[in-house]
Design a protein around this ligand. Structure first.
Ligand code: F6P
Length: 359
């Protein structure tokens, strides 16, 4: 059989996209040495506008440790996918048209939540699609793990480690802001791994008073410094009570680039403390994939190839209890995997005296 497969990476990049594509290609070529893989440039955009190239097996060499994506990526928000493009074209029809012209047997898409919604829409419109779970946020519903998360965790933890020594020297409070979009997985894990004293997550709205009390409690125990790991999507109790619309307006109006700065000012107003902010930002998505990520990326890629070989389309390749399963795109699209407030890790962190700013 000589299959014709489209491959694309969509949404924010991460360290292990290339490693995943390598795993996919190796497994596919082993079963189907004459398979043709078309790499679409810059995500769904390339699929819409015929921007692709025919990939050779050698294109997949040397990718295991290489961060970024050799295909390029872009954000095509799901909201805008159902709107016509600037020429009045229907975007789903454009994508299906490209797949038809190239006579593709399947499209393999490496992406996060928004990209999975688009994959599901394509599947609902008759396209053969397989999605592979990519994101540093680890927020894809239905999979225990996503590739990208562990590599970002290493960077975020390293940032907290570095801040630790300087915070101690200067007896300062440091806020390290961790990516994660609307969920707190990365902040929770990096906070735990980096020994943060306070971890603030979107799932547990914080009170400024409780955050300040935690800092003062530490001081009373003769600790001169404190580290706060704050998720970029963290909210105070007051902010959490706002309607979605009002919260969005407030964020748009905010003068600060992100949450950590306002929090730093608020803490300095409440207690006598010198507060500094560190935002590792996109560094968390950069560099080489961690060994763990290389493993799960390779596994996801190989499992994606097997799904193509089996002709089992409309599925997300997911990790569950160490095993790989295929779950219908429709069961995951549009759902978010949040940190549960009684997650065992939260319970254990509280037992160690880590504050989540809520009590
Ligand atoms: O989804 C990955 C992520 O890095 C989020 O953690 C973050 O909120 C967002 O992407 C940043 O997006 P961009 O690269 O478009 O600034």
């Amino acid at each position: 059989m000589t299959r014709r497969i489209g491959l694309l990476t969509s949404g924010g990049d991460c360290q292990s996209l290339n490693a995943t594509m390598r795993g996919f290609a190796k497994a596919l070529y082993r079963d189907d040495p004459k398979a043709t893989i078309y790499g679409f440039k810059n995500g769904y955009w390339g699929l819409m506008y015929n921007e692709y190239f025919e990939m050779k097996p050698s294109d997949f060499s040397g990718l295991l440790a290489r961060g970024g994506t050799i295909l390029g990526t872009s954000r095509q928000s799901f909201k805008t996918i159902s709107e016509p493009d600037s020429y009045g074209n229907d975007k789903v029809e454009l994508m299906k048209g490209t797949m038809k012209r190239l006579n593709l047997d399947a499209l393999v898409m490496l992406g996060g939540n928004g990209s999975i919604k688009t994959a599901n829409l394509l599947a609902e419109n008759g396209a053969n699609v397989i999605a592979l779970p990519k994101t540093i946020d680890n927020d894809i519903y239905g999979t225990d793990m996503t590739f990208g998360f562990h590599s970002a965790l290493e960077v975020a933890t390293h940032a907290i480690d570095c801040v630790h020594t300087t915070a101690a020297s200067h007896s300062r409070v440091f806020i390290v802001e961790i990516m994660g979009h609307k969920v707190g997985w990365l902040a929770l894990y990096a906070g735990m791994a980096g020994g943060a004293d306070v971890i603030l997550l979107p799932e547990i709205p914080y009170s400024l008073d409780a955050v300040c009390k935690s800092i003062e409690r530490r001081r009373a125990e003769d600790n001169t410094f404190a580290i706060i790991a704050v998720a970029e999507g963290a909210k105070s109790i007051e902010e959490d009570k706002m309607s979605k619309k009002d919260y969005k307006k407030m964020v748009e109006k905010r003068q600060d680039p992100s949450v950590a700065y306002g929090l730093a000012r608020a803490i300095e107003k409440e207690i006598s403390a010198e507060v500094r902010v560190t935002v590792p930002g996109h560094m968390q998505r950069g560099g080489s994939p961690s060994p763990y990520d290389r493993v799960i990326a390779s596994r996801a890629g190989a499992a994606g190839a097997q799904a193509v070989i089996d002709g089992d389309f409309g599925k997300l390749i997911a990790f569950r209890g160490g095993k790989i399963v295929r779950i219908p795109l429709d069961d995951t699209a549009g759902k978010l995997k949040e940190v549960s407030i009684d997650d065992p890790m939260i319970v254990e962190a509280r037992a160690m005296g880590i504050s989540f700013g809520d009590r």
